[in-house]
Ligand binder design. Structure first.
Ligand code: FAD
Length: 410
């Protein structure tokens, strides 16, 4: 009974399986997935997957790979309870799995809004998993008008895809700017201008008022005192960490399952990885919860090191990407909050004198902390390397596009 049980079927779980197989530990692994399929890539769900009914989900590994690696798959069978004393996990089917080490990789679920039930209302959808993407796609392809509640990454990606399909798109954001929690005001402004130029109606600082229901459909929603008819509405108002199992088992949680730099929870036999965790970040100097493929993959690597007896503290540079309209946005490092004392920014033109290609280098007290790139993938890659290496290139030098960033790595 020396098995490793992984609960969750997303990016972190898939990377964990790959790492454990590489370490020769595949035969110890039980992978418990609530969804009835092997782990698949989530980012395409708001992008290519929505464009056509022909698009399929993209699995990380084929079913054969798990079988050949000796991994026992429990698909469509959610974990329901953890008994930390007996060191067992009970699944919905009634199966009881003993573990030596348990890893929670339960991710997040889409935040819901009272009165706008995605189960009761046929034209209200949220997006996290493949079944929700399928539901959204069916309705999107049939809809004329799409209202997106929330100007975050997922909302704007779906809005972009919908626009590309020729739909009329309105984005309703209650905050004063798009992507307000994640990117700089300069980048927000560029994204806003691009979406508006593409013909989207973007309402910022919106006051959302009364909603009207007609049978099983949302008929209208009041925005800034004006009644807007709704054909299809996407709730893109963020995600909440899936911590219910951990909480019920008495594992410490605080808007995420609390882990240390080795991905250990408050129970030495239980680890947690990915979107569901709150972890200490050296660069930020505080505990964070991140929702990104990079974070899921890097935390899974740290967990593999812990599980295989070669612990190495987690110290990965956060990075992220998003595709919207003709924008490839790439961020390296974490953007400091607006108004952070000592924050300064310098703009570096991107390749080909294209006004839609540039990078923003952000410094705090003269120290480079974050680089945001728009259609400048080489500068993004080089910025990651600079930040990972702890380099602090002079602002005047990075602003000069004739200086190749790789020369600053030496
Ligand atoms: C539409 C969309 C687009 C995205 N685009 C980007 C992007 O462009 N760039 C980027 O960096 N990130 C993107 N992300 C975020 C990225 O996909 C997540 O950060 C990543 O999936 C996190 O991996 P995870 O394994 O922690 O969680 P998830 O991938 O969310 O996986 C969690 C899994 O756990 C399962 N689970 C939960 N509870 C239980 C239980 N009790 N028993 C069994 N299984 C359970 C869930 O069903 C789910 O399958 C996107 C996310 C979405 C939804």
């Amino acid at each position: 009974m020396n098995s490793i049980v992984i609960i969750g079927g997303g990016h972190a779980a898939a990377q964990l399986c790959a790492g454990l197989v590489e370490a020769g530990q595949g035969a110890r692994v039980h992978l418990v997935c609530e969804e009835a399929c092997e782990p698949y890539h989530r980012p395409p769900l708001s992008k290519t997957f929505l464009k056509s009914a022909e698009e399929a989900t993209q699995p990380h590994k084929a079913a054969d790979w798990y079988r050949d690696a000796g991994i026992a798959l429990h698909l469509g069978d959610a974990a329901q309870a953890i008994d930390r004393e007996a060191k067992t996990v009970t699944l919905r089917s009634g199966a009881v799995l003993p573990y030596e080490r348990l890893v929670l990789a339960t991710g997040t679920r889409a935040r819901q809004l009272a009165g706008l039930s995605t189960t009761a209302l046929d034209n209200v959808v949220s997006l996290r998993a493949a079944d929700e993407a399928q539901r959204l796609r069916t309705r999107l392809l049939a809809a004329q008008d799409v209202t997106v509640l929330g100007g975050g990454f997922i909302g704007l990606e779906v809005a972009s895809t919908a626009k590309g399909l020729g739909k009329t798109v309105r984005v309703v954001e209650v905050a004063p700017r798009l992507l307000g929690r994640a990117v700089s005001p300069e980048l927000s402004a560029h994204v806003l201008a691009t979406h508006r130029a593409a013909g989207m109606d973007i309402v910022l600082g919106a006051k959302v008022g009364a909603i009207e229901i007609d049978g099983n459909r949302l008929a209208s929603i009041e925005v800034d005192g004006v009644k807007q008819e709704v054909d299809l509405l996407l709730l893109g108002i963020g995600a909440v960490p899936e911590t219910a199992l951990a909480q019920a088992a008495g594992i410490e949680c605080a808007d995420g399952i609390v882990v240390d730099a080795h991905m250990q929870t408050s129970d030495a036999n239980v680890l947690a990885v990915g979107d569901c965790t709150r972890f200490p970040d050296r660069r930020a100097g505080r505990a964070l919860r991140l929702e990104s493929v990079q974070n899921a993959n890097d935390q899974a690597r740290t967990a593999v090191a812990t599980l295989t007896g070669a612990p190495k503290p987690h110290d990965a540079l956060p990075w992220f990407w998003s595709d919207q309209l003709n924008l490839r946005l790439q961020m390296a490092g974490l953007m400091p909050a607006e108004g952070t004392p000592g924050l300064s920014t310098v703009r570096r033109p991107g390749p080909g004198a294209n006004p839609n290609a540039f990078s923003l280098f952000h410094y705090v007290d003269g120290q480079l902390v974050c680089v945001e790139s728009v259609n400048a993938p080489v500068d993004h890659m080089m910025s990651r390397k600079l930040l990972e290496a702890g380099k602090n290139p002079d602002a005047a030098v990075v602003a000069d596009a004739t200086v190749a960033l790789k020369t600053l790595l030496a």
